[in-house]
Design a binder for this molecule. Structure first.
Ligand code: AMP
Length: 353
């Protein structure tokens, strides 16, 4: 992995007035560009030629300039890091960028918002559980095939957005239903209500809810809409015999019972402080996928250590940001605001790697 000092020396040479925000035109890029524009920061869209017209269709959310690429899969190996450095750009990672970039993100030469080490921890499910346990968050039990004695969900390595997950109840069912058994993870199925809180950790301010050397903000909460499990009552009500699937197809907004906010903030704070102990911290946006059961106990089964697509619900701010900011505040805008504050305080090195 490229050394932190190398990134620090690149960012030190950036001209503060010329700093730009770049991201891949996908996932939540409209929100990132729209937010940067409101904070007066210029943007660069890394885009395939056929997608450009989509971004050009949004006058207030299109990037100020494009870097055209043939194939997002070559995104990080195509030498655009030098071009981004030449343009004083900070790259904002999102789900598509992390997926296409794979391990190459570790040696990408341009500064990345947040801590790129966290992306390594996010990619590896075993490491992620280590992180959640270090944060003292309850997690679903992980079982070996022969131990399956309750409803479980089988996850495949590299599978994104819940695609292909299989629900099983016994070792025999696992044997029968799961063809490719290598690299699978078997998790206890968590019954309850899902909440996916979107956090922003700033090491630059101690206002609000203290965490690590700074504070954590709750920017919004969503729940994913998954096909077919989220409307499974419909085929079930007709008597169809249908197997649940968990493919993410959309997001819906959620507010939690106000007395649960304490648990949610503690989860955010503990994830931040565990990240500090394990790999040096997690400045910027992140999300913890949780389930709250009928005893009001929270369990977490995944951390996304970057902006998540659920934040796209709130381009004008959420039912939580409204209590912190008199102006509308999206996650995209919060990112740009943090960069602006870090420039002013000469602390960019605290929020990029
Ligand atoms: P993931 O790929 O881990 O984000 O999971 C995709 C979806 O599968 C989640 O949004 C949940 O609806 C479901 N899911 C994943 N893990 C569990 C679990 N341990 N218990 C219940 N549902 C889960």
């Amino acid at each position: 992995m490229i050394k932190k000092e190398a990134i620090d020396s690149i960012i030190e040479d950036y001209k503060p007035k010329d700093i730009k925000i770049a991201t891949l035109c996908s996932h939540c890029a409209l929100q990132v560009f729209h937010g940067a524009r409101s904070e007066g920061i210029k943007t660069i869209g890394i885009c395939t030629p056929e997608r450009k017209k989509i971004y050009d269709a949004f006058a207030l959310a299109k990037p100020d300039e494009y870097i055209l690429i043939d194939d997002p899969k070559n995104l990080l190996s195509s030498g655009i890091d030098d071009e981004l450095i030449g343009k004083n750009a900070i790259l904002v990672p999102h789900g598509s960028l992390v997926e296409y970039g794979g391990e190459e993100i570790e040696n990408f030469k341009a500064p990345i918002l947040g801590n790129r080490k966290s992306l390594v921890w996010e990619r590896d499910r075993i490491k992620m559980f280590e992180w959640m346990r270090e944060a003292r968050i309850q997690t679903p039990r992980l079982l070996r095939p022969e131990e399956i004695d309750r409803p479980c969900i089988v996850k495949f390595s590299g599978a994104k957005g819940g695609r292909g997950y299989i629900a099983v109840n016994s070792p025999e069912e696992f044997e029968r239903k799961v063809n490719k058994k290598e690299g699978v993870i078997i998790q206890e199925y968590l019954a309850g209500v899902r909440f996916y809180p979107h956090f922003f950790y700033t090491p630059l301010s101690r206002e609000g809810y203290r965490a690590g050397e700074g504070s954590v903000e709750l920017i919004g909460i969503d729940r994913r809409y998954e096909s077919n499990v989220d409307e499974i009552y419909r085929p079930l009500s007709t008597g169809m015999d249908i197997k649940p699937s968990f493919t993410v197809v959309g997001n819906e907004p959620v507010v939690v019972r106000e007395s649960l906010l304490n648990e949610i903030f503690e989860i955010g704070k503990n994830v931040i402080e565990a990240a500090e102990r394990l790999f040096g911290g997690i400045p910027g946006p992140f999300c913890v996928e949780t389930v709250c059961d009928e005893n009001l106990q929270f369990y977490a089964f995944e951390i996304s250590s970057r902006i998540v697509a659920g934040t796209n619900l709130y381009p004008e701010g959420s039912h939580y940001t409204v209590y912190n900011y008199p102006e509308w505040m999206s996650m995209g805008r919060r990112i740009a605001r943090e960069i602006r504050i870090a420039i002013a305080k000469e602390k960019l090195h605290k929020i990029v790697y």
